[in-house]
Ligand binder design. Structure first.
Ligand code: FAD
Ligand code: SF4
Length: 342
């Protein structure tokens, strides 16, 4: 690990000032924030990230780590630990897809350390990105090429990719957030602002090294999840190579509102298969207004995967993804909810 300046911010406004050079999601950012450290320290040890300054966002208390659930929705403080939110009885009851996306992520030790804000900003697990001895990686070294396209790409993405980068967004929580139309509360030099979670991560757009739309110094302070008839009938299905402590190779966050036989609302987020947290409104549109059956679920999955493209080792993924979406939808339909929920 290289030497760097370590600074402790007394509070978040001071952290914003100290992090002025920090454009999160940009590999060559000269300053990086430190929250739980489970991504940042890993990548610094590997010399993938080499910031000159690390600004510790030292465990800010309430409201930055508070969990609030009301009839209008949920506000999850960005400094809440993954494990705290995963175990919160109100989140479990009202937003099971969120609780499950956190419960099924990483290990108990990591969940106790890692924060929600750090989780959504975790980096790809592409082995060529994580190993600087590979010279070709556009995400790590802009303009250097992509070693994965003709290399070992079994875990790589099939949606939202192009010849610049085929890496997979690895997180779980973000898939629940994008499905539920969450918004992100940010604090920066010009004050606070709220943006749709769907606009936090960028697409490849020839610039894989730029991963978010955060402004320099901006800090994620909370996630806002709107209430809806669909949040209780929701689940997160994660398919991985082993049953625990493993990233998704395909996952689906689904939330449904069903009246009688008819699907009134549907929300579908996809993980493990796309370049960035992915929502499939094409699939949702096929379901809404119709009964949910195996064949309508299959049609929705086909719509979600219409633009899927494999690069050899990951050619198995469209079929795995299709089955994951169908299973998640049918399991969500079969959920037995207590009275008052649809
Ligand atoms: P840090 O490492 O402190 O920060 C990560 C990045 O976010 C840094 O660039 C930092 O500058 C920035 N940052 C942090 N907080 C903020 C903020 N509030 N505002 C602005 N920028 C900020 N994740 C899954 O989803 N599913 C898994 O299955 C999974 N498995 C894992 C297995 C292993 C072995 C490991 C090491 C990690 C795994 N993870 C998994 C990833 C893990 O969940 C993340 O590392 C963790 O959530 C990051 O949170 P953190 O607080 O430690 O972030
Ligand atoms: Fe780098 Fe993306 Fe290619 Fe992986 S897939 S080597 S992260 S450019």
């Amino acid at each position: 690990m290289r030497s760097f300046v370590f600074e402790r911010a007394a509070d978040l406004p001071q952290a914003v000032k100290l992090g002025a050079g920090t454009r999160q999601g940009q590999t060559d950012a000269p300053a990086q924030f430190l929250a739980g450290g489970t991504t940042l320290i890993d990548l610094m040890k590997l010399e993938v990230l080499t910031p000159q300054r690390v600004v510790h966002l030292q465990s800010p208390g309430a409201p930055w780590s508070a969990i609030e659930v009301s009839p209008n929705g949920a506000r999850l403080g960005a400094f809440a630990k993954m494990s705290t939110v995963a175990d919160d009885a109100r989140v479990l009851a009202q937003y099971p897809v969120i609780a499950q996306s956190l419960q099924l992520a990483a290990s108990a030790q990591i969940r106790n350390m890692a924060t929600l804000g750090g989780n959504v900003l975790q980096r790809t697990r592409c082995p060529y990105y994580r190993d600087p001895s590979w010279s070709a990686c556009n995400k790590r070294v802009p303009g250097s090429g992509c070693a994965a396209i003709h290399g070992f790409n079994r875990n790589h993405a099939i949606l939202g990719v192009d010849e610049n980068c085929i890496s997979q967004y690895p997180g779980d929580f973000a898939i629940a957030l994008i499905a539920l139309d969450a918004r992100v509360e940010l604090m920066g030099a010009e004050g606070t602002r709220l943006i749709p979670f769907a606009s936090l991560h960028t697409g490849v757009q020839s610039q894989p090294h730029i991963e978010t739309t955060l402004k320099p110094g901006e800090i994620i302070i909370a996630f806002h999840v709107p209430a809806g008839a669909w949040t209780r009938r929701s689940l997160y299905l994660k398919v991985r190579d082993r049953a625990s402590y493993e990233f998704a190779i395909a996952s689906a966050a689904v939330a449904l509102s069903i009246e009688g036989e008819e699907v009134r609302e549907a929300r579908i987020g996809l993980g493990g298969m796309a370049y960035r947290p992915w929502r499939s409104q094409e699939a949702e549109n096929i379901l809404i207004g119709n009964p949910l059956t195996e064949s309508s679920a299959a049609a929705a999955a086909a719509a979600a995967l219409k633009s899927a493209i494999g690069h050899g080792h990951n050619d198995y993924k469209p079929e795995l993804a299709r089955r994951t979406i169908v299973r998640a939808l049918l399991e969500a339909k079969a959920l037995q909810l207590s009275s008052g929920a649809s």
